[in-house]
Write a protein of this length. Structure first.
Lengths: 87, 214
């Protein structure tokens, strides 16, 4: 990876982190998160994990990006429709 | 021999308390169907008790609630109750693990060793709850968005649907939750939960014989 690409990747990563924090900050602080394999977290605790970029913070980002990619490439609707085939 | 459901319901933190309380709906359905229920609740959800009961009871359906990772599922106080080396005693069983990531490695390994079918999550299973409803999880409408669909997987199996159908029907309920929030739009206090519902839905899998029934 060239120095320029590396810098751009880091910038993108920071941008995504800021986007995640901004999104979480507008959600209700009256609700908490339960992660099956880990702790129960308040909204503000989750924001701290995103800020630190630790494993939980990265997972939050992965969930968001999975959703946004599915929305962007059009597979979101397909997967939602497919989920109803058993009904 | 009648049908037997073995269910584990650890309760050592808010997350497991929610799973445990919501599992009462699964137990109610089993009662309605005349299924014999072995309920390993709280401290009873220990490895020793789980393995002993599974060996002696010949339970056909096993529902596990708790924390998990790629290789294990835990019971009360995070004691590991199911791991890869338990293959021989899960032979011929249908297993649903409402736990994180166990369908990634543990599930396929157990199926390779004789478990009929393993239903669970390839990634972390997330849900949200209202802080004001902690003392009454079954009244929590936010948690219901997540736990009703996952509950339905076990309930559908009890209704004698095949494992593959049960998974699809459960995913269909996730879809309904997502659709409802999309229709309500950003004014809904749960609108931001769409991404987590989508995550749980796409990571809930059925490994093994999809035509297997309880």
């Amino acid at each position: 990876m060239t120095e320029e690409t590396k810098t751009q990747t880091e910038k993108n990563s920071e941008d995504i982190k800021e986007l995640m924090i901004a999104r979480l900050e507008v959600t209700s602080s009256e609700k908490s998160f339960s992660i099956g394999g880990g702790p129960n977290l308040t909204r503000d605790e989750l924001i701290q994990h995103v800020r630190k970029g630790d494993e939980i913070g990265q997972k939050v980002t992965e969930i968001e990006l999975t959703f946004l990619r599915a929305l962007k490439d059009g597979t979101l609707l397909g997967q939602i429709l497919d989920a109803g085939q058993g009904k | 021999m009648g049908k037997i459901l073995l269910i584990t319901r650890p309760e050592h933190d808010t997350g497991t308390r929610y799973l445990s309380r919501w599992s009462e709906r699964i137990i109610d359905e089993a009662k309605n169907k005349g299924v014999r229920i072995i309920d390993l609740h709280k401290e009873q959800a220990s490895r020793k008790r789980f393995l002993g009961t599974l060996t002696k009871s010949n339970a056909n359906l096993v529902v596990l609630n708790g924390h998990g990772d790629e290789n294990t599922v835990s019971g009360h106080d995070l004691q590991i109750i199911l791991m890869e080396t338990d293959g021989p005693i899960t032979n011929g069983k249908i297993i649903f693990a409402r736990a994180c990531r166990s369908a990634k490695i543990l599930g396929p390994k157990l199926v390779a060793n004789g478990t009929i079918v393993y239903l669970g999550y390839k990634e972390d299973f997330w849900f949200k709850y209202n802080n004001s409803d902690i003392s009454r999880p079954l009244k929590d409408k936010t948690a219901a968005l997540f736990l009703e669909p996952s509950n339905y997987l076990a309930i559908s199996l009890l209704k004698m649907h095949s494992a593959g159908e049960a998974n699809k029907k459960s995913q269909g309920l996730y879809r309904k939750s997502i659709e409802r929030l999309l229709v309500e739009g950003p004014i809904s206090e749960d609108y931001d939960n769409i991404r987590i519902l989508f995550w749980n839905m796409i990571n809930q899998v059925c490994i093994g014989r999809e035509d297997a029934t309880f």
